[in-house]
Structures are given as C-alpha cells and as structure tokens.
Design a protein around this ligand. Structure first.
Ligand SMILES: *Cc1c(COP(=O)(O)O)cnc(C)c1O
Length: 359
C-alpha cells in the first residue's frame, strides 16, 4: 500500500513540476540561428558547440538535439558524467577535463574522446591501448594543457590525435597581444603534434577573424545568447527568457518599504507584484534594486532585495494581477552590466525548478 501511495505521490510531484510557477522560455530557432551565424564566421572551419554545464544551464540534451539536427557535429563537455548523458555514435564528443583513472571504465565504453592535458593522462591513455584522443596544449593561459616544448620533444608520438586544441585567455579583448602570441604558438606546434585537426577559438575567438578558426571552432556562450565581445553585438539573438508567476499584487503607499532590510522605499503610491522567482532559481541577488522585468513590452524595475524564492517588481498603473506572468530581461549583456555578474554565471546558475519550455 505504502509503495503504491509513494508512486502516486511521485507522479503527482512530476505533474506539479510541469506546472511550475516559473519557467524558462527557450527559443530553439534563435539557438540554431546563433550557431549558423558563428559557423558562417568560422569560414572554412567546422563549427562545434560547447555544451558543458548542462548546455550552460539551458539543458544539454535539448541543445545537442537541436544543434545536431542543424548539422553541428562536434560537441564539448567538461566531465564524463556529462559525456555519458549525451554520447551518440554519429557525433564527435570531447571531454575537456581529460581522463582520470576513475574515468577509464566509462571512457572505454562510450563514444567520446578525452582532451588529454597532462603527461600522466597521456600515459594512462597510451597504456590502456586506447584509440583516438584530443590533446590540449597550453599556449599562455596556464590553465589546462601540456607544454609546447613537450610536444616538440615527442610527447605525442604514436598517439592518435584527432584534435589539437588550445584555449584563448583574452579572446574578448580584440586588441590584446596575447591573442596573436597564442595563435602563433599553436600554429608552430600543430604539424609536430600529428593531429588531424587544430582548434583554438571560443565564441569571442570566432570574432577575432579567420586566422583564429583553424579547422574547428568551439563557441559556447554566444550560442546561448551571450555577447562576449563588441564584434558579436547585433549578430546574436537571446535564447533564454525567465518568466515567473505573480503570487501577490499589493498596494504600497508612498513611504512604504519593500523586502528584506527594507531597501526600497515607495516615492509615490505604488503597486507591487511579488513573483515566484529568487536567487535559488539563479535569479541573482545582485539584481536587487537594479534588475529589469517586463509586463508585456513595458519594462518595469525589480525593487528591494531579491530573496531566495521571491522577487518584487514595481507594476504601478499596469494591469497585472495574481496569476499573471512577468518576463525578465533576456538581454544577457544588459543584465550582466546591470548586476555586475558575468553572462556566463547568469546562464550556468539557472536553477532546477524552472519548467524548461522550448519553442
Ligand atoms: C567553455 C569553453 C569553450 C567555450 O567558450 P565560450 O567563451 O563560452 O564560447 C571553448 N573551449 C574550451 C576549452 C572551453 O572550456
């Protein structure tokens, strides 16, 4: 009896989640159009997609399906758990964090390649007699990657390297001299590596021009509506829009104050909508008193502190009532400037409570 009741309760919980009081509206056409724009800008190079961190918070399975249908063939994740959820025999999937001893059982089973970035990882892969891999070479960022000198001394000899990669430290600063130094360092080691393909550019790297594209580009943030550098502005469409339901509308007389620590004071008699959204959903506390919401096309300010599960919006003289839905700023560059939170963090912090609805 208890088991049956538990199953019924669980089914009800799943139905309730689909009826969540907040949701992410996800624009599949915009995602695909952003990828096509970046593919065009990549020239002769293939254009892949970074889908780590659950597709930057949007949902990696849904992202991969749409981009694969559009013709994208190369995908990048950080971990083997992410890879296991996405691997498909018709796609190239690279695991950016390489392969630890603990990853070997899964790494030998699924259709994904590690991006080897240390001599120990390379030895592990070689000793296991494994086939194709990718390799990360560090060209100046000092994050992940083997040293160019080690490649020159034969570190990769005998290894079947599919893609030799490096990663740009300052791609969003078009004038930074490190960009050209990294590009030249990768170029000079590419032939010695024996790699079939070479890859350097992330989203902002694609905007640096065809010299940076090599054989394969790896955009992430711009696919999802982020604009990491001025050259991409006007070319990238927003993909994700937060919407939240109004839980209560209240009238606050002039002088009344709102939210934790009463940080907002009504300058006039005001109407306030309190919505089902908070920092536990990834709507950051940094939007307190500076976020933007929309009632239809009318921009309205977020007022007071963003709480864990609730946010207040000034809807004075607008027709908004309990049960209505309010949208939040989907212009990531704008939201990032207002909150001083990076576009990457705004997306990857999007929470698990949203009903993710693709159109
Ligand atoms: C995350 C990541 C990317 C994608 O970077 P964006 O700035 O989001 O375009 C590309 N390459 C590597 C190695 C990464 O870690």
């Amino acid at each position: 009896m208890a088991a049956i009741r538990w199953r019924k309760d669980r089914a009800a919980a799943i139905r309730l989640r689909m009826n969540a009081p907040n949701r992410l509206r996800l624009d599949g056409a915009a995602l695909v159009e952003n990828w096509r724009t970046l593919a065009r800008m990549s020239g002769c190079a293939a254009c892949g997609a970074a889908v780590k961190a659950d597709g930057y918070g949007l949902g990696a399975t849904a992202v991969v399906k749409r981009l694969a249908d559009a013709g994208c063939r190369d995908f990048f994740v950080a971990t083997w758990a992410e890879a296991a959820a996405l691997a498909r025999p018709d796609l190239s999937l690279s695991v950016l964090h390489g392969v630890r001893a603990a990853d070997m059982p899964i790494a030998t089973r699924i259709a994904a390649r590690p991006v080897l970035s240390t001599p120990a990882q390379i030895q592990r892969w070689r000793e296991a007699g494994m086939g194709a891999c990718d390799v990360m070479v560090d060209t100046g960022m000092n994050r992940l990657g083997v040293a160019p000198d080690d490649i020159a001394s034969g570190l990769l000899d005998g290894l079947q390297v599919e893609t030799l990669m490096s990663h740009l430290a300052s791609a969003e600063e078009a004038g930074a001299s490190i960009n050209e130094r990294q590009r030249a360092a990768l170029r000079s080691i590419a032939d010695r590596s024996g790699a079939r393909r070479v890859s350097l550019a992330n989203s902002a790297g694609v905007a640096l021009g065809s010299d940076y594209a090599f054989d394969l580009t790896r955009p992430g943030i711009a696919l999802y509506g982020g604009v990491p550098c001025p050259r991409l502005s006007g070319l990238i469409r927003p993909v994700a829009t937060i919407q939240a339901e109004v839980l209560q509308r209240r009238e606050v007389p002039a002088g009344g104050r709102v939210g934790y620590n009463l940080t907002w004071t009504a300058k006039r008699d005001s109407s306030v909508a309190v919505v089902n959204l908070g920092y536990a959903d990834g709507y950051r506390r940094a939007f307190s008193n500076c976020g933007t919401a929309f009632v239809g096309d009318v921009a309205v300010p977020v007022i007071g502190r963003v709480s864990m599960d609730l946010t207040a919006v000034d809807v004075t003289s607008l027709d908004v009532s309990e049960g209505d839905w309010i949208s939040f700023d989907s212009d990531l560059a704008h939201a990032s400037a207002a909150s001083d939170v990076s576009q990457y963090e705004l997306l990857t912090g999007l929470g698990r409570r949203f009903d993710r609805i693709w159109s």
